[in-house]
Design a protein around this ligand. Structure first.
Ligand code: HEM
Length: 158
């Protein structure tokens, strides 16, 4: 599904631990802000045959039937999973099926399908996030930078 590859909300929404937690041997104290990095699951090479390619077969079994994949986490998971998931899935389905019913999509003249570049923006920048205990270094695309700014504004407003 294109929603996996497009990775719309790469760092989900920041959450804060309501109590001390031990997770896979790591101790996280109460009140720590946690960013669930959905990108790490959506592009996990041990989960997807071609993590960086649009490949609908990721969601089909040997007989061509649709299968649910736990690593498909574009809408996050758990109690704070995206509330609009059902609506978003329905809208995207209606939008794309209408387009596919009415149009034929082809690469521009002189370009083969293999040459199509689906990268949103090639430009990257290095972002440094610092907290009293931790420093995070990340490479972000402009879309992710914009989301990051929104996220930081939201979390500072809490
Ligand atoms: C492809 C479209 C969408 C994607 C990929 C997406 C993804 C996400 C993600 C990753 C979160 C964070 C979950 C977390 O905190 O761990 C979220 C939260 C949320 N989303 Fe979406 N979303 C989409 C569309 C929508 C739509 C259409 C609506 C409403 C009409 C919506 C409403 C919400 C709400 C209310 C939350 C906060 C839930 C909470 O904190 O309890 N989303 N979404």
């Amino acid at each position: 599904m294109q929603i996996r590859l497009s990775n719309i909300v790469p760092m989900a929404i920041p959450h804060r631990t309501s109590r001390d937690v031990s997770l896979h041997g790591y101790f996280i104290k109460e009140g720590t802000t946690v960013f669930p990095l959905l990108t790490s699951v959506l592009y996990d090479e041990s989960e997807w045959e071609n993590p960086f390619t649009f490949n609908p077969s990721h969601f089909l079994d040997q007989e061509g039937k649709f299968v649910r994949r736990d690593a498909f986490m574009s809408f996050s998971a758990g109690r704070r999973v995206c509330l609009g998931e059902g609506l978003a899935r329905m809208e995207i389905f209606l939008f794309f099926t209408s387009l596919l019913q009415h149009f034929r999509f082809t690469p521009p003249p002189g370009v083969s399908e293999d040459e199509l570049d689906l990268t949103p923006f090639p430009c990257h920048c290095l972002l440094k996030l610092q907290s009293p205990d931790h420093v995070f270094l990340m490479t972000l695309t402009p879309i992710q930078q914009a989301e990051m700014k929104t996220t930081l504004i939201q979390s500072s407003d809490i």
